[in-house]
Design a protein around this ligand. Structure first.
Ligand SMILES: [Ca+2]
Ligand SMILES: [Ca+2]
Length: 209
């Protein structure tokens, strides 16, 4: 067995970008005390991206490789909610490692260069992480991410959901770009390189705005 946090940092050194979507509107509401319209706007942002089915790299040890098809991020009032979905039958929490790469400052020159992003934070979930997701912050040198915290993961048949405070991402605005990757880890073997990327590296990354 290799240390999973180390495995994560190792695989991160091997990489390479979805769609942007406008978002939300909030209606002014009347404040009962002032009698005038004030903007009690919940802070909402959204981003999502898709990836084709059938493009995950094959691995001889598995019948089907973890094949990403959709991911979304919703930011509401200081909480970020991440959803990752794979092709039905290709997600196995005992062999699938998912890493969400986040450029939280919109600056490609800060963080680790991964798939066209300057990745400031990563969220690792799935195999090796148990029932929680590990949040890591770029530590200032390649493949060095410092553990920030762990948050609970909700497992679905075809993916995972995770919610966390924006504060853990050092990013009060909630704006960020992202790219999701899958890896395979079979017990007692090394974690593979990247198996699938969402969205593909020749496309724009997911954009939360
Ligand atoms: Ca895919
Ligand atoms: Ca950055």
């Amino acid at each position: 067995m290799i240390d999973r946090s180390i495995a994560v940092t190792l695989v991160l050194s091997a990489l390479a970008v979805a769609c942007g979507h406008p978002r939300p509107q909030t209606a002014p509401v009347s404040h009962p005390l002032s009698g005038s319209a004030v903007t009690a706007a919940p802070h909402r942002l959204h981003g999502e991206a898709d990836d084709p089915a059938g493009d995950a790299t094959a691995d001889p040890r598995l019948a089907r490789s973890p094949d990403l098809v959709h991911a979304s991020v919703d930011v509401v009032d200081g909480q970020a909610h991440f959803v990752v979905r794979l092709v039905s039958g290709t997600f196995d929490r005992t062999t699938t490692l998912v890493i969400v790469n986040l450029d939280t400052d919109g600056n490609p020159s800060t963080g680790q260069a991964i798939a066209g992003l300057g990745v400031d934070y990563v969220i690792s979930l799935g195999d090796g992480q148990g029932d929680t997701a590990l949040i890591g912050r770029y530590g200032g040198s390649p493949a060095n991410f410092v553990s920030v915290d762990r948050v609970p993961v909700v497992f679905m048949a075809d993916g995972m959901d995770v919610s966390l405070p924006l504060a853990l991402l050092g990013n009060p605005s909630g704006r960020m770009t992202f790219r999701v990757m899958t890896f395979i880890h079979v017990p007692n073997t090394q974690t593979t390189g990247v198996i699938d990327v969402l969205p593909d590296v020749n496309r724009e990354p997911g954009r939360v705005e």
